[in-house]
Design a protein around this ligand. Structure first.
Ligand SMILES: [Zn+2]
Length: 78
């Protein structure tokens, strides 16, 4: 597996839909590839946040401001 293949399978991996064999292949690659390890960590965090947000309804403005600030680097904040 190379980095491109890892990215392509990442969504399924994080959704828990890959068979164990593929999960191990991905985890093995991550262990030997700091770039993908960082990518997976960022992606996992973003997915968690994205899943939580719609259930919250309106956030307290102060909390939303803090959250946006925290997420800015990951959202590419231009
Ligand atoms: Zn890689």
């Amino acid at each position: 597996m190379n980095c491109d293949e890892l990215v392509a399978q990442l969504v399924d991996f994080l959704g828990g839909e890959l068979v164990i064999e593929h999960r191990e292949t991905i985890e093995l690659h991550i262990r030997g590839c700091p770039k993908c390890e960082a990518y997976v960590a960022t992606y996992t965090h973003t997915v968690r946040v994205a899943r939580v947000l719609p259930k919250c309804g309106a956030l307290p403005p102060a909390f939303e401001a803090r959250l946006r600030k925290a997420l800015e680097p990951e959202l590419g904040g231009s």
